[in-house]
Design a protein around this ligand. Structure first.
Ligand code: PMP
Length: 398
């Protein structure tokens, strides 16, 4: 086993070295050791990839489609993404030069921030938020400016953004919005987006719009996108991990104005050369013929949301009702009088229910916990029962 040369010790990239590891993953690993624990921790669908998508990829492998794909992506996939966006959002992106295939939204975020940020550029990040953004922004040389949205039911208002832009966010280059949100499940309505867009234009920001949960929106609420309002400054990021239960396939896309996409496609090709052939063909099938898959998934998740939300509310937790994604962000009842990390640890140890501390999602998450309901109904019912027993038996979590 090689050991790094003594005189190389301490030479590893200092900026990257000091980035913290994902707290969600470490916490999840830690509590996974507890026997019989029900984990509502990870943001991963428990459903499987639909058969027609798998078959399309298998057929492609059998056709020996195993060469480098074009750097922006395969025509079949880019066309399917373009048609899909036209149908779902009524926006047109030219598959020739305005869309890029990526290795999930994770890589799409890395490439997009690298494309726009110079060292020291600020990025407005409404919190609570998927914490990985912070590491990605720092790796690209940027500085995240957190904006706590907990006072506004986890929606960033135009007034709040204007205030931030006159103070700690002065001179920022971009904003990133997650809609629907991980961890709160909140969804922006048209009016909220229009007002926000006005401020984004006034302060000349790029808008990165992470819409990875767009097809998982419940109860007649509709998805709107910043790209329908300010396409000239929006970089739309999305992928198939959540909507089609394809986390392990690693596939996503970026869509934006041609001028920025040229740079994005250049970075993407330096980073990954191209996305795996058969994955793109499977994904093209999903985008073209997968509507029923996510309609079905949506029904399943909405039923589960009801189970977990009513169970939590009966036990004194409060929350802004999630309207999309598969997370619930619940305020810990005041009686416990401890912070969210202590509470989540205690719940894991004593009740054997795994949830993620809200403070891992940034400033706006303190005092909350995130529960993922991408887990079976049986698991959710067991979790609710265990939480009920725990709340009845414990007055505090110390
Ligand atoms: N954005 C958000 C908001 C997410 O929650 C996740 C996954 N947890 C991602 C991006 C990354 O998704 P992908 O699997 O496409 O890389």
């Amino acid at each position: 086993m090689p050991i790094l040369a003594n005189n190389l010790a301490g030479t590893i990239n200092t900026r990257i070295k000091k980035l913290p590891k994902s707290e969600i993953r470490s916490f999840n690993n830690q509590i996974s050791q507890i026997p019989d624990i029900v984990k509502l921790t990870v943001g991963e669908p428990d459903l499987n990839t639909p058969d027609h998508i798998k078959q399309a990829a298998i057929n492609d492998i059998n056709k020996d489609d195993s060469h480098y794909a074009p750097e922006a992506g395969k025509t079949e996939y880019l066309n399917a993404v373009s048609s899909y966006l036209q149908k779902s959002l009524k926006v047109f992106y030219d598959p020739q030069n305005e869309i890029c295939a990526t290795v999930g939204v994770s890589e799409a975020l890395n490439v997009s921030f690298m494309a726009i940020l110079n060292p020291g550029d600020k990025v407005i990040v409404p919190t609570p938020v998927w914490g990985v953004y912070f590491g990605i922004i720092e790796m690209a040389g940027g500085i995240a400016v957190q904006v706590d949205t907990s006072e506004d039911n986890f929606i960033l208002t135009a007034e709040h953004l204007s205030k931030v832009m006159e103070n700690e966010g002065k001179g920022a280059k971009a904003i990133i919005l997650t809609d629907p949100s991980n961890p709160t499940g909140r969804v922006y309505n048209k009016n909220e987006l229009e007002k926000l867009a006005q401020v984004i234009v006034n302060y000349n920001l790029y808008a990165l719009s992470d819409e990875i949960y767009a097809e998982l929106i419940y109860s007649q609420k509709k998805h709107y996108s910043l790209t329908q309002i300010i396409p000239e400054r929006t970089i739309l990021l999305s992928g198939l991990s959540k909507n089609f239960a394809m986390t392990g396939w690693r596939i996503g896309y970026i869509a934006g104005p041609k001028e920025i996409m040229q740079t994005i496609i250049k970075i993407n090709s330096f980073m990954i050369t191209s996305v795996t052939d058969n994955v793109q063909i499977g994904a093209a099938e999903a985008m073209a013929h997968g509507e029923e898959d996510y309609i079905e998934a949506r029904k399943i998740y909405e039923k589960r949301l009801h189970i977990i939300q009513t169970g939590l509310e009966k036990n004194g937790f409060t929350m802004a009702t999630p309207e999309g994604a598969f997370y619930i962000f619940a305020k810990i009842p005041a009686k416990f009088g401890c912070d969210d990390v202590a509470f989540a640890k205690d719940l894991a140890t004593k009740a054997k229910v795994g949830v993620i501390p809200g403070s891992y999602f940034g400033q706006g998450g303190q005092g909350f916990v995130r529960l993922s309901y991408a887990s079976s109904e049986q698991n959710l019912l067991t979790a609710v029962q265990r939480i009920t027993d725990y709340v009845n038996e414990h007055l505090t979590c110390n």
